[in-house]
Design a protein around this ligand. Sequence first.
Ligand code: SF4
Length: 337
Amino acid sequence: MLMQVDKKHNTIQPIIEPSKPLLEVNGLKKHFSVRNPLGRLEATVKAVNNVSFQLHEGQTYGLVGESGCGKSTTGRTLLRLIEPTEGEAIFQGRDIFKLRKDEFQKIRQDMQMVFQDPYSSLNPRKRIGHTLEEPLKIHGIGKKSERVDLVMDILEKVGLRMEHFYRYPHEFSGGQRQRIGLARALIVNPKLVICDEPVSALDVSIQSQIINLLRRLQEELKLTYLFIAHDISVVRHISDRIGVMYLGQMVEDAPTDSLISNPLHPYTQALLSAVPIAKPNFQRERIILKGEIPSPMNPPSGCIFHTRCPKAMKICKTDFPIIKEVAPDHFVGCHLY
Ligand code: SF4
């Protein structure tokens, strides 16, 4: 084990190497073509535009931003539910965008997704046990009797009971359905789980139960999460690192503590100003953003946030701010820095 001198405490400490990225996304773009009835190209929607981030093993990367900012499209593109326009996604050393469909299918077992509304993806006529068996059949895992045991096991892990095996989707509450969604993702023993707004449709008390469950399962099963949500107050509770997206682009990327205590981008500052603080004598100034999010079909020139930014300067209308490291491990794309 490599050691180093800790001058502050005058001791020798082991060097803890950062875990290697399980997923590395570089320059991801997803553009949609809008065509008129004659098939002529009318416009291009830049839903995701040049997004890069790294996801480390056993950690959670939170992707946050208003609805329509491209965070869900990013998640879906990584699972190739929609094909990317450009960029690479290195998962366990291989660029998954370059894999043939049959090659990607083998990796797909290691990458699963949890959706916002599991009810719409559950067959109302199938008992839950049989729905949970399906991914095992698809990936050729276990014989019939073994598959039933695996389903019973995962039901218990997500906080459901064995008798739930025989019930139908309509017999469950919203929180229980999300547990089923989680069970369906985890039953094939994945490494990476992409959680797309997994608690947005739930009551606040149920939200915290599901977040606690996700954290417990992460520890138990050594899972890595990409956690996508519009609510930064939820994302901060589960993420080791947060990426803030606006209009298809990453505007800030930092470890959670650094981003929450010292948000640098005016958009992140506005998102955080809406989060209530549990200190009775502390009042944070609420930043109300003016105007609507511009259309991704016709994004503003220069900094894409300049039409709503309370700190916009002349340069912001013309020059695109490149993302750079302005504090240790804290990246932001803004002309203020
Ligand atoms: Fe605001 Fe200018 Fe920074 Fe964009 S570059 S966030 S408009 S200050």
